[in-house]
Write a protein that binds this ligand. Structure first.
Ligand code: HEC
Length: 155
């Protein structure tokens, strides 16, 4: 009985794994990086809300969101940017402009600015509303600077 269910489990895996492997790698990468940026948007959005006074400031919560941004900034997202996944080749699916690939690795400078802003915010966001406000501008600018150059306004 035990052996039989193991065999079944192996058979189930054998059916699942090839199915995953044949999924379009470009589509997968686009989905993954959008998910990545949605996580940035969620965590940054909570902090922007607190800084604006739309969400009540809470030191532990602010710290947690800023730490999430620090951790996300440290992720290696290299595999999420395969050649041919720009908004010309994959129109309607992505807003990533071809210039991102044409001028690579310049985009990494923008990512470094974001990393530095996230690290500074993570060290300060829990030290009171004024400390959050003093450091949130640099974070917002780091998002906007990259979007201005590398992201299309619309799909
Ligand atoms: C290094 C460049 C870069 C930085 C820094 C950056 N972004 Fe983006 N962002 C992009 C690109 C490129 C896209 C388009 C991705 C796509 O459509 O494939 C994007 C897309 C997004 C999206 C839309 C995701 C979707 O579902 O289509 C959100 C939300 C977002 N970014 C928020 C942020 C926030 C918030 C920050 C800062 C905390 C940030 N980004 C920093 C380059 C950047």
């Amino acid at each position: 009985m035990r052996i039989r269910s193991l065999t079944l489990a192996a058979a189930a895996l054998a059916t699942v794994l090839p199915a995953l492997a044949v999924a379009d790698p470009l589509d997968d990468a686009i989905k993954a990086r959008k998910g990545y940026y949605q996580l940035l948007g969620h965590n940054a959005g909570m902090l922007f809300g607190m800084a604006k006074g739309e969400i009540a400031y809470d030191a532990a919560t602010a710290s947690a969101h800023a730490e999430n941004l620090r951790a996300l900034a440290a992720l290696d997202t290299g595999s999420m940017w395969p050649a041919g996944s720009d908004n010309v080749a994959k129109a309607g699916q992505t807003r990533a402009l071809p210039v991102l690939w044409e001028t690579f690795p310049s985009v990494m400078d923008k990512h470094t600015d974001f990393t530095n802003a996230a690290n500074t915010l993570a060290a300060n966001a829990g030290n009171g509303l004024n400390a959050l406000r003093a450091n949130i501008g640099a974070l917002g600018n780091s998002c906007g600077a990259c979007h201005d150059t590398y992201r299309a306004k619309n799909f």
